[in-house]
Each structure stands twice: as structure tokens, then as C-alpha cells.
Design a protein around this ligand. Structure first.
Ligand SMILES: Cc1ncc(COP(=O)(O)O)c(C=O)c1O
Length: 355
């Protein structure tokens, strides 16, 4: 069978392992999901759904959802785009604004899907290594970007959890004229406001990506959104699939974003748990990178390997993330869970350390 050569040689994106979710004792800290359920208003929206509406196509532009998002973020409706998870929007942005042979620059390490989608589309992907302390090296990012068509920054970055300040992003924007994508998937968990949403008209080459997966506990609904000037959003609309966001997900996302109080309360609990887990991991003997996200990247500084600990945790029915890749293979990425999940993780780790 004919297969596109790019696809034949493709290294696919590997998501975190999905164990059996019906297992009540499972502790799943490997995919940066939110440990709290979606807002009760989401559950009500599903219960009160007019199922008859499922026989119709959904709003093709998710108009109501866009309107609610634009009100909450104080932007114009035509400056918002909604898609089937931010993953879909990432692919669409490449399709619309990049072409075979173009070049993008991303820090290394970062969310690896950006490289995979570049490979699928025949786009050259240049990695710009982070500093030894895992902070993004802005000078090398900019010097690697001299002839690039796009620059992508996940802020705060994954899997490091480190955030760049607004000022640092502005410095990048002032020195790079190609497309700049700032992926703010985790920014709701930051203690300072570094969001670039309100710079979309000042910098017309800027797209800011967001998702309902993380702070709104809706990974399963697959809803992402992005902000940019109305011309850029218009091009995304032109090229999207006709009905790219299904009816159920639109309803669920509308209910979730309207319940800001619930989202903010969960974010506050996750930040508290992050502080607790950071301190406890340090006490056990891990080096922990201070994080502004819902996960921690940590290195065991005792005589056990990260991979060994990862495997051992599975025997306790605890799943964390291990990356067998450059700069990361001595580390574990642990999603911030509930206090109970964290205590079970800590108890398992203490047993493993003393084995
Ligand atoms: C940085 C980053 N961007 C985007 C995504 C994908 O988000 P979504 O669930 O909206 O596709 C992830 C998922 O983990 C992520 O880590």
C-alpha cells in the first residue's frame, strides 16, 4: 500500500499510558490530568441535555462557546477559535500558516507533539536546548530562529513546569517576526499572571493556545481554544473541519467555563498540593524543579534510578511519567493529585527508597 514517506519514517507522539480507569485503587499521575471531577454544573448540563438536539449538526463555529470565552477573557468574539482539543488546533495552525520545507524552532525539552506534527507536515523542527537549570535560553532561542518561520513556546513549559515572564515573551516578540505560538495549557496553575492573551493585537504574529483539559478537568471532552487577531482566526475558520467540535463537548465546555469559582477553587487546591508534594519529595531525597503547573519534574538524588522507581511504582498501582530521552532519562514527571493520592505516592516512595 502506498504510504507517504514522511509517515513511514515518523516517530509517533506517545501519550501517557492509559491504565484501566475502572480500577478504584488506581493512582494516575502520568498525563497531567486534573484529579478533581468537572464542575457540578457540567454534570447538570449533561443531565439536562436535550438529547433530541443530537440529531442535528452542532454549531459549526461553536458560536455560544466562543461568546462565553470572549466575555470571560474580555476579547472580541472574532478573536477566539475553538477546536477538538488544543492538539487539533496545533495541527490546524501548521496546516494554515506553514508549508513543506518551512522551519520552526522549539525549546528542548518541551511538548513533543510540536515536533511530531512538524514531521507529519514536512516542516523542519529545530530544537533549542534549555539551560542547565532547565530555564529557556532566550538568546539561543532567538539566534536559532534567525531564518525560522515559527517559534513555539509552551508557557509554563512542559515537562519542566518553569514559566517565562511576560517581559521575556515580549522580548522574544520584539525580536522575531515569524509566527509565535504561546501554548498556555498550564498557565491557570501559575501564581503570577504571565498570559499573553491581551497582546494579540499589539503583536499580530501571536497565537495564544488554551485548553479545557487541565484546569477545567475536561481532558475527555477534547476542547481547546486559541486567541489571535481576527484575521488569523478567520484563516483558521476557513480551513477547519466543518463541525470540528461536537455538540456534547460544546455544552460541557460552556458549563465549565461559566463556573469560574469552581475552577479557581480547584486550581488553589492544586497549588497547595504542589507545594506540599514539592517539600515532601525534597525531604525524601529528590531534586525538584520549582513548578508553576499541575506537575513536577524531579530527579532522585539517592541510589535508585528514575526508571527503576517508575517501574516499582506501577507495582503499587501508581502511574507517573518516565521519558527515555535526552536530559530527561534520570527524571520523573509527576502530576499533582489529591492530598490522598499524594500521601499514597509518598508512602510508596518511602518504601522504595528503603528497599
Ligand atoms: C503543552 C500542552 N499543550 C497541549 C496539550 C494538549 O491539550 P488538549 O488536551 O487540549 O489537546 C497538552 C497535553 O498534555 C500539553 O501538555
Amino acid at each position: 500500500m502506498f504510504v507517504n514517506k514522511k509517515v513511514k519514517n515518523l516517530e509517533p507522539y506517545i501519550p501517557g499510558y492509559q491504565p484501566n480507569l475502572d480500577d478504584e485503587n488506581l493512582i494516575k499521575l502520568n498525563a497531567n490530568e486534573n484529579p478533581f471531577p468537572p464542575s457540578p454544573k457540567v454534570i447538570n448540563a449533561i443531565k439536562n441535555l436535550d438529547f433530541n438536539k443530537l440529531k442535528f449538526y452542532p454549531q459549526s463555529r461553536s458560536d455560544i462557546l466562543r461568546k462565553v470565552i470572549s466575555t470571560i477573557y474580555n476579547v472580541q468574539e472574532d478573536e477566539v477559535f475553538c477546536g477538538n482539543g488544543s492538539d487539533e488546533i496545533i495541527s490546524l495552525i501548521y496546516k494554515v500558516f506553514l508549508a513543506v520545507g518551512n522551519k520552526i524552532v522549539i525549546p528542548y525539552p518541551t511538548y513533543t507533539l510540536y515536533k511530531t506534527v512538524a514531521d507529519i507536515n514536512g516542516i523542519e523542527c529545530i530544537f533549542s536546548n534549555v539551560n542547565e537549570d532547565f530555564t529557556i535560553n532566550i538568546n539561543s532561542l532567538l539566534s536559532n530562529s534567525m531564518d525560522a518561520d515559527a517559534l513555539i513556546i509552551v508557557n509554563p513549559n512542559a515537562p519542566t513546569g518553569i514559566i517565562l515572564s511576560k517581559q521575556q515573551i515580549i522580548e522574544i516578540l520584539n525580536n522575531f517576526n515569524g509566527l509565535v505560538i504561546i501554548d498556555e495549557a498550564y498557565i491557570d496553575f501559575s501564581e503570577t499572571d504571565e498570559s499573553m492573551i491581551h497582546f494579540i493585537n499589539q503583536y499580530r504574529n501571536l497565537i495564544v493556545l488554551r485548553t479545557f483539559s487541565k484546569s477545567y478537568s475536561l481532558c475527555g471532552a477534547r476542547v481547546g481554544y486559541c486567541f489571535s487577531n481576527n484575521e488569523t482566526i478567520g484563516y483558521l475558520d476557513k480551513c477547519k473541519d466543518s463541525y470540528n467540535l461536537n455538540f456534547l463537548s460544546q455544552q460541557v465546555a460552556i458549563a465549565a467555563i461559566k463556573d469560574q469559582e469552581y475552577q479557581k477553587n480547584n486550581v488553589r487546591k492544586i497549588i497547595e498540593n504542589r507545594k506540599y508534594l514539592t517539600n515532601e519529595l525534597i525531604t525524601i531525597g529528590f531534586k525538584v524543579i520549582p513548578s508553576q503547573t499541575n506537575f513536577l519534574l524531579c530527579t532522585p538524588s539517592f541510589d535508585k534510578t528514575a526508571y527503576g522507581i517508575y517501574q516499582k511504582l506501577i507495582t503499587f498501582n501508581i502511574f507517573v511519567r518516565y521519558f527515555n530521552s535526552y536530559m530527561l532519562d534520570d527524571k520523573l514527571r509527576i502530576t499533582i493529585g489529591t492530598k490522598k493520592e499524594i500521601d499514597e505516592l509518598l508512602s510508596a516512595l518511602k518504601t522504595i527508597v528503603h528497599e
